[in-house]
Design a protein around this ligand. Structure first.
Ligand code: SER
Length: 321
């Protein structure tokens, strides 16, 4: 059922992996015309074109201000970011987009009195000194990737804006997100999406991580669900703001291969670990998300088996149509 109101929501990075699925869901809930697609380089396609869009370059504060004024924006989902692998290839760009971009969003939110901001963080905030199993909400955060460094900075900056200026900014430490609409770009967890395309199309995948590399992951429907749940929780219930641990399931390439093989018995995998292995080795294997569960009732719908079945069915239809 669609809830009609006049609150306008801006989504930056709307054409990316998460944005391209969050936008349709927000439009379903709040109405097509109330969700504004923030467009930068990548042109929106298909269903994203159905409603309003606006040019946003997050490092150019003026473009954010103009969009907020012209559309009378009340809430921002700030998804524009450079991920871990892309960040290692261009650390300067990662700093600019992830830190300066977030700072600009927070400043516009403060100046224009935006009522709510969503600014995601990542499991990449953790590093080799962090306990890798059942990683706690509050623990050592010494990331080695520029992506992780920008995400820790972002978390701290967001919490500062909440405490100092009462900007209601919220965020989740997303694990690797698996989806079948838009490909992720430049992440270490991207293998867990690529593998499905290769399994269905070529029955063979060359994996850039070692077979036993366990990482926390989440299926897109749970990513969207957790994001909207956090944003809709009464502020008084939140003990954290920009940095909630959130989790669904964890697996290694080998675990994933075994599950996919149940559907595609001739599927083969070859392991050729590269520089991305080092990034994966510095991240947690499993996440303790009890604060998200206690504070706002987080509970994922998909486990590994359910996710794999849904991915194979959905992607096979898409690829073969
Ligand atoms: N999926 C991200 C990456 O691999 C982690 O947040 O960079």
């Amino acid at each position: 059922m669609s809830v009609k109101n006049n609150k306008k929501i801006l989504v930056t990075g709307a054409t990316g992996q998460i944005g391209s699925e969050l936008v349709p869901e927000l439009r379903r809930i709040y109405g097509l015309d109330n969700i504004i697609v923030g467009v930068h380089k990548k042109k929106p396609v298909n269903d994203l074109l159905e409603g309003p869009s606006v040019y946003i370059d997050v490092v150019n504060k003026k473009t954010i201000e103009t969009a907020v004024e012209n559309f009378d924006i009340d809430t921002i989902y700030h998804l524009a970011a450079i991920l871990s692998v892309a960040g290692e290839n261009d650390p300067w760009l990662a700093w600019k987009i992830n830190v300066e971009g977030t700072y600009n969003i927070l400043e516009v939110a403060r100046e224009k009195k935006i009522s709510k901001i969503f600014c995601p963080s990542s499991i990449a905030v953790f590093g080799s000194e962090t306990p890798r199993v059942n990683t706690p909400q509050n623990t050592v955060m010494q990331p080695r990737t520029i992506y992780g460094i920008t995400k820790v900075t972002g978390e701290l900056l967001c919490n500062y804006y909440f405490n100092k200026f009462n900007v209601d900014v919220r965020g989740l430490r997303y694990p690797g997100i698996i989806s079948n609409k838009t490909l992720p770009g430049g992440g270490t967890t991207d293998y867990a999406v690529e593998i499905f395309y290769e399994a269905i199309q070529n029955k063979k995948y060359v994996c850039f991580l070692e077979p036993n590399t366990i990482l926390p992951m989440m299926y897109m429907p749970d990513c969207i669900k957790s994001t909207i749940m956090l944003m809709n929780t009464d502020l008084s219930k939140l003990n954290y703001h920009s940095n909630y641990n959130v989790s669904a399931f964890s697996f290694s390439p080998e675990n994933l291969y075994d599950e996919i093989k149940k559907f595609i018995p001739t599927f083969e995998i070859i392991y050729k670990p590269d520089y991305r292995q080092k990034i994966a080795n510095s991240w947690p294997q499993t996440i303790n998300d009890s604060d998200a569960r206690n504070d706002w009732g987080w509970n994922p719908d998909f486990n590994l088996t359910k996710m794999v079945e849904d991915m194979i069915i959905t992607l096979s239809k898409k690829i073969n149509s």
